[in-house]
Ligand binder design. Structure first.
Ligand code: GRF
Length: 190
């Protein structure tokens, strides 16, 4: 049984998808051992509702160190599912190859500091991009720079808004995130 720790900062619909996929067997032989939030958010409530251990570690400069202290020793994978804090270099290096993130754009474009949520979708539209999508990638100390695991795109339509993009991208995320988790868990990289 593989143990997953999920980090969240927001509504946690991707967390919910992971919970559902574990329950349905789409993500087999795995369990979420802990959900960690860096602020009060509905993601924590989702964990609670599913009987998953959950904890709030306040965001700030000591976040990574505090997370290290409570991370279960048998953690196989750390999944960032709408998580807004930046993990420090030491943490990323200690858990290299064991941390993945989902980003609501086609990396390497539209990533980096400040590129989250509606900021990403607004930048994509402003740049006149023909396509957008979602990317699952390994987390390294360079923001949104780690190796890409999976990516899926779609054509941007004429009357697209940041909101319509967000909705389409969420649907893609629900497809590729469980798939990427299965890929990484079965890679036996660790
Ligand atoms: C997703 O769009 C993800 O790409 C980004 O944050 C959003 C989280 O959404 N990193 P949710 O909280 O899972 O609904």
């Amino acid at each position: 049984m593989k143990n997953i720790v999920v980090l969240v900062s927001g509504g946690g619909t991707n967390l919910q998808r992971i919970i559902d996929c574990i329950e349905s067997g789409e993500i087999p032989n795995a369990q979420i051992s802990l959900v960690v939030a860096d602020r009060e958010c509905f993601g924590l409530q989702r964990a609670e509702n599913s009987g998953i251990k959950n904890v709030l570690i306040k965001r700030g400069k000591d976040f990574s160190e505090n997370l290290s202290k409570i991370l279960p020793e048998d953690t196989d994978l750390i999944v960032l599912a709408g998580f807004l804090s930046i993990l420090n270099k030491e943490f990323c290096e200690n858990f290299s190859g064991k941390i993945i993130n989902i980003h609501p754009a086609l990396l390497p474009k539209f990533g980096g500091k400040g590129m989250w949520g509606h900021h990403v979708h607004e930048a994509v539209l402003k740049a006149g991009e023909k396509q957008s999508g979602a990317t699952v990638h390994y987390v390294t100390s360079g923001i949104d720079e780690g190796e890409i695991i999976l990516q899926k795109s779609f054509d941007i339509s004429e009357h697209e808004t940041p909101e319509s993009l967000a909705e389409k991208i969420h649907a893609i995320e629900y497809e590729i995130f469980p798939e990427a988790i299965n890929l990484v868990l079965n890679k036996d990289k660790w």
